[in-house]
Every structure is written in C-alpha cells, then in structure tokens.
Design a protein around this ligand. Structure first.
Ligand SMILES: [Zn+2]
Length: 491
C-alpha cells in the first residue's frame, strides 16, 4: 500500500510502504505436559500472549528457537524489566548484546533447560511477525566481535581484581562514578529549590542541571548499567518522567534503536515525525521535507521535539497502535498497567505546566516558568542524541556483522573532553556504548582506545569528530541532504 494512503492497520499514513497485516486469529498448541499455550491475535489488537490457566507465560525467540523463561524470570540477574523486553518477541540481538562477558556454555545450558519442543512452539509467532515486521538477519559468527569481547573482558577482569568484585559488578558504576552522580544530583536539587521559588536564573540552571544529572544516570539505569541490583536500575528512570516514560523509552531505545541502528523498519529513530522530517532515504520524500534545509527548522524541531514527540505523542501512538514508530511492537500489558501509564503521562505533563500557577505570585512569572524550561531540556536532549548516528557517514551504513554494524552506524565526538562526557552523559563515546550497552558509561573512556585499536586492526571505520560544533555541523549536513528527493539530487 502506498504510504500516502490511509493504512488500515496503522490508522495513519506510513513512512514506508505499509504491508502490515493483522494476526490470523487464535492458534493453540500444547506441550508434552499438557500445558496449553494460547496465542491471541485479536482482530483489533495483534498481540502474543501465552497462558497457562491464569498465568501468563514469558516466551521468547532466540536464534530461531523458542524458550519459555517464565520460571527463570526471578533468577535472571537483570530482573523482570530486562526479561520483559524479550517477552513475545525475537530477542536474539538483545540476548547477544546483553551477555557479552558470560561464557557461552553457561548461556547455552540455561537456554537448553527452558527450550520449548517443536510441537509446543510450532504455531508460535513473534510480535514482529504479527505486525509484519521482518527480523533483520545479522551474522553472529564474527572474529571482530570475538576480539572485542575478549579484550574488553580482559579489561574488566583486571578491574574486578583491583576492586575485589565480580565482573558483573565491575562493569557497573564504580564508587567514583557514584560520587560524581551524587554531586550532579546535589546541584540539580539546589537548582530545583531555586526554580520552585521562581528565581529568574533558574529558568536556565534548572533544565540544564536536570539534563546533566538525568542523562548521566537515567541512560545507564535504563540500560541496566548503573548497578548490579536490578531494582535500582528499574527505579531510577522513573525519577525523570519529564523526558519520557521509561516504558516508551525501553521500546524506542533498547529494543529498537540499540538493536537495529539506522535499519529501516526496525530503528524507530528514523521515522520520528516523518511527514515533517526525513532522516533516512527509506522514508518517502515529501515536499514538506524541503523545510529542513533551513537552519531555523533544526532549532525549531529541537525546541519542540521532546515534549511533542518523545514525551507525549510517540507514547500515545504506541499505546493506540501497539507499535512504536512503525518499528517496535509494544509489549503486552494489563489493562490496569495501561491506565496507570496513561494517567502517569497526563499527571507528569500537567504538573510540569501547571505548578507555577499555584506557587508563583504573578501571572507573567507563572506563564514563563510553565513554558520555558521544557524547550531548553528538549534542545539539550535533541542536541546530544541526534548527532551520533544521523550524519552523512553513518546514516546509511550497514553490515551483516552486528558488531561492525554498530561501529559504522555511530559517531563519537569530543573523545577525551570531560565537558563533552558530562554534558552528554558519555554519549560522546557512542560506538563503545552501542557495542556494550550494559557497561556503565564511566568505563567507556578507558575502553575507547581498546575498541578503536581493534577497529583499525580489523579494518572497520571508526568515526569521530572533534566536539559539539563539528558533530552538529555533520548532523545538519545530513539533514539538508535528506531534504532533496532523488531527482533533485541527480540534477
Ligand atoms: Zn543507549
């Protein structure tokens, strides 16, 4: 179906040629024990769930085999949040990228224990299948990947020995990182007090301190990279609802973007507000995309991007259509959780914009404090997240080797700059972060030379630019190039 037509499935016009199809009704299968697995694929809401009487089963597909990990959920060190990301979907990429240092025989032994036999899994379909989203095939046999994992593990073995902790603890935030986070948190708290009192200077200091503290702690926590205790990783993202809901973030960032960076139909970051912005050649060109040639458009988008997109509309569209940005099928949730989530979003946005009218004395001050901080935080978010993958050298790169793909679709900036590190929460070390998402950003500074050396040895292009100015320039050049359709480009 052509993308300008109203799509029956999605309910709105699609960025790509839309071939989404409904699920095909309910299917049933039973294993040897008689446990009945029921696949529900309703007419209005395609979703996969497995039930055993009243208990929902946690099933997932890894390397073309199905596993019922329900009984393993409580034993997994990442906790139910990380396990929930895999529920019902093909979790091959997350499985590989989240266990780089665990011995393969240990992983294989666990999987073998929970593997579903052929008759139990014959009729199972992933969430992706039900939404006609095609799994992107990666080749996991990689000398480059093996070398990366070996040398990075070597670094952490030394680190674990130095600190007298396990490797799984060594890859998380060390004490010095917690001191840094505490200091950033204290600065943010002081700015918050000043903000609530209505001090004019806090209009800038509050959103900046919120961003700096937030990006340095939220991003790692959402990647399960902050602490070995999964509960801490699960709670921290909820301290920063201003940026977005953690539930939407896991879909957009962990499941979609990190697994499939810059891959059409899989990376949701390629289709944010696609009728306005075109960031990838797979998105059909529209006349509105000409606007992105102007510098003001980039600034305008950065000002409104978080509040109108990430924090609200993207979230609600996912809840309605059960797919995040046409790329990531939504995890099945209970009705209660659904309502709680929607209420939480409304409450968050409401409080952010309404509190000044109840606390501050004048209307002028209340209106300014209700409006200005969000765009500032939005600009900081967009600035630090758009410049790492959407550049002329990264946007359309691809490789069947997942490890090489992660390297060539990302760009570092300001390596060795402490300012860039703190301001971006370590996102300036984007390449190492994409290779090892569960490693705390604190370690990326030391891992970067190891990875860069291995890239050189294996002839994999490692891209980095000097700092923010160069990174913004390359992102803008990419945005402008995407504003032209193929005819204009060839003329
Ligand atoms: Zn990330």
């Amino acid at each position: 179906m052509h993308n300008v037509l109203f799509c029956i499935y999605c309910g709105f016009s699609s960025a790509y040629s839309c071939s989404n199809q409904q699920g095909q009704g309910a299917a049933y299968s039973a294993d040897a024990s008689g446990t009945e697995y029921i696949l529900l694929a309703g007419a209005s809401m395609s979703s996969l769930t497995m039930t055993n009487a009243t208990k929902e089963r946690l099933v997932t597909k890894i390397h073309d085999k199905w596993y019922d990990l329900t009984d393993y959920e409580k034993l997994h060190p990442g906790g139910p949040v990380s396990m929930g990301l895999a529920a019902g979907r093909d979790a091959t990429v997350m499985f590989e990228s989240h266990h780089p240092f665990t011995h393969r025989s240990v992983l294989d032994a666990i999987l073998e224990k929970y593997e579903l036999n052929g008759s139990s899994s014959r009729d199972l379909r992933t969430l992706e299948d039900q939404h006609a989203i095609v799994e992107h095939p990666f080749n996991w046999k990689s000398d480059f990947g093996d070398a990366l994992k070996f040398h990075v593990k070597e670094y952490f073995q030394a680190e674990a020995k130095r600190r007298n902790v396990s490797i799984s603890a060594a890859i998380k935030a060390p004490p010095e990182r917690w001191c840094e986070l505490t200091l950033l948190g204290a600065i943010w708290a002081i700015c918050l007090i000043s903000f609530v009192r209505g001090d004019w200077t806090s209009l800038l200091t509050f959103p900046v301190s919120l961003w700096v503290f937030g990006v340095n702690i939220f991003h790692d926590a959402a990647h399960f990279a902050l602490h070995k205790n999964w509960r801490i990783n699960a709670i921290v993202p909820y301290l920063f609802p201003i940026l977005c809901s953690p539930f939407a973030w896991y879909h957009q960032h962990n499941i979609g973007h990190h697994s499939y960076p810059n891959i059409e139909h899989r990376d949701p970051d390629l289709v944010h507000f696609f009728w306005w912005k075109r960031e990838h050649k797979s998105v059909e060109w529209r006349t509105t995309h000409k606007m992105q040639r102007a510098k003001w458009f980039l600034v305008f988008w950065w000002v409104i991007g978080v509040e109108l997109g990430l924090a609200t509309m993207n979230d609600y569209w996912m809840l309605i259509y059960k797919v995040y940005n046409e790329s990531v099928p939504m995890k099945r949730i209970s009705r209660r959780r659904f309502l709680f989530h929607v209420a939480g979003r409304f409450l968050t946005i409401g409080v952010i914009h309404l509190w000044p009218f109840f606390v501050l004395e004048t209307w002028t001050r209340s209106i300014i404090f209700a409006i200005l901080p969000y765009p500032t935080a939005s600009v900081l978010f967009m600035l630090n997240t758009q410049i790492n993958h959407l550049t002329p050298g990264c946007a359309h790169e691809t490789n069947e080797d997942w490890y090489k793909h992660q390297v060539i679709t990302a760009q570092d900036f300001g390596v060795n700059s402490r300012f860039c590190f703190l301001m971006s929460g370590g996102l300036n070390y984007q390449i190492v972060h994409h290779l090892f998402p569960t490693v705390n950003h604190h370690h990326l500074v030391k891992l970067q030379p190891i990875v860069a050396r291995l890239c050189e040895k294996h002839d994999v292009a490692y891209k980095h630019v000097a700092g923010y100015a160069a990174a913004i320039k390359s992102h803008h050049a990419h945005t402008v190039s995407m504003s032209y359709n193929e005819k204009e480009q060839s003329s």
